[in-house]
Design a binder for this molecule. Structure first.
Ligand code: FAD
Length: 393
């Protein structure tokens, strides 16, 4: 039987494996975590809107009944290209006939002094939980000693005016409101500052200019300070090293190896890398839909190879983009350019995230959580879970 190893159980790896359930392929999914993370809702965990378990789902539960898919809980440490096996930190290496690399992206600090220690990335569930603990601890400190606001304890700086930055800033503003209104914190809400910084002179560059102006106005109305056109000197934006792929998502020079999702430089349409590894054409953004579609495409190409059919080039089908700015405010931009915003955009955002969230239980708990918060005007689980072992708490 053809052995396929998929590294990573994010959107890309998960959808590649799902597309192969019941097919004549022996699939092994490897991940360093035993769960799939729904990254688009991490900001809700970091701002005490949802619990970590609401946005994660055990990989074993997803494929438990699939006869041809197994899960290996291990960190991949390398690939032996000659022997065609994946090296892992736990257990035997995994031999493969085909390999799909879906390892996603990670935050980088470029060695800038202070950045790694003091800035907090938002990429993993552990990041989100640490950020939530950090914010809630600051609120407790201010409650004990309100004068600490002068030293910046009540100032939260969000770097990056893309969808995640906008979402975090909007949700932080709500968290501060709720803390004073419902949780008996005695600090002056006026002294709580949320500052959103971006080097460009507008927010949400992927969206049309009107939609970005709406986001800026909504955030300002909710007391978020915008510092646009300003570069942060101490901390820079995040970046990733991408794997070059050809138009079929294969890694040139590595037979049987595909790369998908955030880890890959996926082109929007046919083009790909030439013999020298040069890429041509426009790259896809790092979005869940790109990971889902490229994961499914790689799985389909493995099957085509098996049945001797010619490979098909990948073509990204743009389904639009969305960003939420907080309660009853979101922007949905359709591929036609049409923008839906306000309450309607927000309801569309809620519905879509519920549809794509993995696991029925998660959908129910998130729906209940959101409905409760909407009706009662309170926030979600404002619980400090970790111990104060980080220098910044
Ligand atoms: C905070 C945040 C908000 C986002 N919001 C949106 C949004 O609203 N809409 C949208 O479309 N997109 C959004 N994205 C982007 C979207 O989540 C990513 O594009 C998508 O998750 C990429 O899928 P992936 O499968 O390529 O990688 P990931 O989902 O990152 O999965 C990679 C997997 O590989 C595993 N892995 C990595 N290295 C190893 C190793 N060495 N050994 C074993 N396992 C390994 C990881 O544990 C992880 O499970 C957001 C991203 C973030 C971080």
């Amino acid at each position: 039987v053809h052995r396929l190893v998929i590294v990573g159980a994010g959107f890309g790896g998960l959808h590649a494996a799902r597309a192969l359930v019941g097919q004549p392929v022996e699939v092994t999914v490897v991940d360093q975590r035993n769960f799939h993370t729904f990254q688009p809702l991490l900001y809700e965990v970091s701002t005490a809107g949802l619990d970590p378990g609401d946005v994660a789902y055990p990989v074993r539960a997803i494929f438990g009944r699939a006869p041809n898919v197994t899960f290996r809980y291990a960190r991949v440490t390398g690939v032996d290209w000659e022997r065609r096996c994946v090296l892992v930190d736990a257990g035997e290496p995994l031999p493969y006939d085909s390999l799909v690399v879906a390892t996603g992206a990670t935050a980088r600090f470029f060695g800038i002094p202070g950045a790694e220690q003091h800035a907090r990335p938002l990429y993993t569930l552990a990041d989100a939980r640490a950020l939530r603990d950090h914010v809630l601890r600051r609120l407790e400190e201010i409650d004990v000693d309100p004068e600490r606001a002068d030293g910046g304890t009540l100032t939260f700086v969000v770097v990056g005016g893309g969808p995640t930055g906008v979402e975090v800033a909007g949700a932080l503003a709500e968290l501060l409101d709720v803390s004073v209104r419902h949780d008996g914190f005695r600090f002056d809400r006026e002294r709580g500052r949320i500052v959103l910084v971006d080097a460009l002179d507008r927010l949400l560059t992927a969206f049309d200019a009107d939609a970005a102006r709406y986001a800026a106005a909504t955030l300002e109305a909710r007391s978020v300070e915008l510092r646009l056109g300003r570069k942060v000197r101490a901390v820079t934006a995040t970046s990733v090293e991408l794997l070059v792929v050809d138009e079929h998502l294969r890694v040139p020079g590595r037979p049987g190896v595909f790369a998908v999702g955030d880890a890959a430089a996926v082109l929007r349409g046919p083009g790909g890398a030439d013999d020298h590894g040069e890429r041509h054409g426009e790259l896809c953004p790092q979005l869940a839909q790109v990971a889902i579609q490229s994961g499914r495409h790689a799985a389909a190409q493995v099957l085509r190879q098996l049945t001797g059919q010619p490979l098909e080039p990948f073509r990204y089908r743009d389904k639009g983009i969305m960003a939420t700015i907080g309660r009853r405010a979101a922007i949905t931009q359709l591929p036609s350019g049409l923008v839906v915003r306000g309450t309607l955009g927000w309801l569309g955002w809620l519905a879509l995230h519920l549809v794509y969230l993995v696991g029925f239980r998660n959908r129910v708990t998130v729906l209940v959580n959101w409905s409760w918060r909407y009706l009662s005007w309170t926030s979600g689980p404002r619980i400090i879970v970790g111990e104060a072992d980080h220098p910044d708490g």
